[in-house]
Write a protein that binds this ligand. Structure first.
Ligand code: PMP
Ligand code: GLU
Length: 402
């Protein structure tokens, strides 16, 4: 019997980066398994459990026999609940045929990119951007075109910057608000200006990732798809992972023009079929029942945000802004570049994060994974005690840099 194995990975996969958020979370787990006291602020995942009434709804659905395949775009009951939610919270009208439920918003975004992009199509991505956007776009044959905003502009791109990035090959604009990794929230008027830029060009579609909708401290969430100019060319992405603390349930959805929704169902029908049946029943319940647990989580995140800003601001050289949503803070650490501690020189954000992991046992994610080389991301979806201790360790590590 031959023991020779022929290893051949596709170009597509060879060119794909591993998810830095997931890699860092695994490195933290590995270090903890070796007996180190690691605090992981790497993964963007609520530390709360799914609210009890949602879990109860899933158990009931199991008992009622919701254990079979569902229609590919989702149970009618869930799509109706999503339809109601879009109208209630976002002022958007979608027919049931315009809604597709998937195994997480991540899959929703992959469906969209596979449905719309041809080889060489350009996708304008507002940076800092969520780690998976660029890799999903590339996998679908698209070319990411980054429009960058730094901390001085609160990490928010302007309509003028978007206009300057558009070329005859532009097919899509992709961004999140509230934003992962910065926590920035685009205001209604900022979104309107961007909508007008896109509306002036034929054939460009907007993918608006609103998965952090319910973790917004401004009191106002604005959806770009609600503007008349772009309502026929916006795909609104959302999901249950963040607002309902349901990361492990794997449930996301889109509201889109019908022909795009149809194409997404077609892709999904070949890849994974419908999302988990009893999870969908519980998700419908989540959208239509008491949302006070969601708002309690939001209030807790806001408190932690304020604490984290206060503590980080006391560290010399650490530049922070005031994020208005999600559960991330994205400090600029370029003032440390060129400094060193013992034999470790910090030349960039990757070096800084590696230094924090090994010398302070705090896991965070490098800004380079999000298209921002001067920064790093802290997920403050952790207990106040862990956050205080992590920032104490970060301060200690930074103070050693010379
Ligand atoms: N978009 C953003 C901005 C995210 O942070 C996440 C979190 N993983 C996702 C999409 C994907 O979420 P889901 O768990 O629904 O796949
Ligand atoms: N969205 C989260 C994050 O950015 C979860 C991990 C992931 O899916 O990348 O950390």
């Amino acid at each position: 019997m031959s023991t020779v194995s022929i290893q051949h990975l596709s170009q597509r996969i060879q060119q794909m980066e591993e998810s830095a958020t997931i890699r860092m979370a695994q490195m933290a787990r590995d270090l903890a398994a070796q007996g180190h006291d690691v605090i992981s602020l790497s993964l963007g995942e609520p530390d709360f459990d799914t609210p009890a009434h949602i879990k109860e709804a899933a158990k009931k659905a199991l008992d009622e026999g919701y254990t079979k395949y569902t229609p590919v775009p989702g149970l009618v009951e869930l799509r109706k609940a999503i339809q109601t939610k879009f109208k209630r919270d976002n002022g958007m009208d979608f027919g049931l045929n315009q809604i597709v439920v998937s195994n997480g918003a991540k899959q929703s975004i992959a469906n969209i990119c596979l449905a719309l992009l041809d080889e060489g199509d350009e996708v304008v991505i507002l940076a800092p951007y969520w780690v998976s956007y660029s890799e999903i776009v590339k996998l679908a044959g698209g070319v990411p075109v980054l429009v960058s905003a730094d901390i001085e502009q609160d990490y928010k791109a302007t309509a003028e910057q978007v206009a300057a990035a558009i070329t005859p090959r532009t097919r899509m604009l992709l961004f999140s608000s509230p934003c992962n990794p910065t926590g920035s929230v685009y205001l209604k008027e900022e979104l309107h200006a961007i909508a007008q830029v896109v509306a002036a060009h034929e054939g460009i579609y907007i993918v608006s990732d609103e998965i952090y909708e319910y973790i917004n401290f401004t009191g106002n969430h604005a959806s770009i798809g609600a503007f008349d100019e772009v309502k026929d060319r916006t795909i609104t992405v959302n999901g249950f992972s963040k607002g309902f603390a349901m990361t492990g349930w794997r449930l996301g959805y889109i509201g889109a023009p019908e022909w795009i929704a149809d194409a997404c169902s077609k892709v999904q029908g070949q890849f994974t079929s419908g999302a988990t049946s009893f999870g969908q029943k519980a998700a419908a319940h989540a959208l239509l029942s008491d949302m006070s647990p969601t708002y309690e989580m939001q209030a807790a995140f806001r408190q932690r945000r304020d604490m984290v800003i206060e503590l980080l601001s006391q560290i010399p050289g650490m530049k922070v802004n005031k994020p208005q949503g999600a559960f991330y803070i994205f400090p600029d650490i370029s003032s440390y570049f060129g400094k060193s501690a013992a034999d470790k020189v910090i030349n960039n954000a990757d070096d800084f994060c590696e230094y924090l992991l090994h010398s302070a046992h705090v896991a965070v994610v490098t800004g380079s994974a999000f298209g921002a080389d001067n920064c790093y991301r802290i997920s403050y979806a952790a207990s106040e005690k862990e956050l205080r201790e992590a920032i104490r360790r970060i301060a200690e590590a930074v103070n050693k840099l010379q």
